[in-house]
Design a protein. Sequence first.
Length: 267
Amino acid sequence: MSPRQACLLCLEREPPALFEAALWIAAEHDPQLQPAQAIADLHGLQLQVDAGLPDLPRRELAQPLLRRLSELDYHDDDEGPTRPRHALLHEVLRWRRGQPLSLALIALELARRLDIPLQGVNFPGHFLLRVPGADHLLDPCGGRRLYTRDCRELLLQHLGPGVELSATHLQNADTAGMLQRLSRNLRHLHLQRDDNLAALKDAERVLQLGPPELADHLARADIYKRLECPQGERYDLQHALLLCEEVGQRLHLSQRLRNLEAVTALH
């Protein structure tokens, strides 16, 4: 069974095996990784975290859990250029530096094991966490509480002025959605390092994990263009055109397709 197949099978379990699925994504890029061993190794971190938690009801332990991870030197990757290792879960566990989503995946798995209620929130630009029923969100990078004003400031930081905070920005993230976001992050990071074949794996996985979006087809089309594969590029441009509703962009996509008509397929 391939890592991709194993990842998708994790989604069919009840409940879905989010942490294991994220490890299988990492295994696509690191053939030496053994997800079962990484899952077993997390027990040591679980013991360290649990030993430092206060004697409080379980529903009050989400923020202490995140603060405990920070005490154990798990932090955001804000000290230099972001690399694929900041999104690959086994590398985040090794180096203790990661993107907010990767740190959140570790926190969610520890919370599950320790019976602490915690949910992912698909906030734009910076993945967040929530205790069900709480009046605030939590930053996976250290556990800071974020109220409505903080969320507005965070939205301004990532999307700029003119975007109003809405309920869609604060929706809970399901398992497939988190894995899809992780795959988009990896696609972007691999492209930054000109690793086109790795980025293609991530781009394909994005389209397998959820409903196709215009941007995802365009992203894979651009990767195929880098790889000089006009057949693949044409396929994604055609599907992007079906999803596109903006007139100017439809004209642009149509022109790209016409330009490809004269290109001889290399693959």
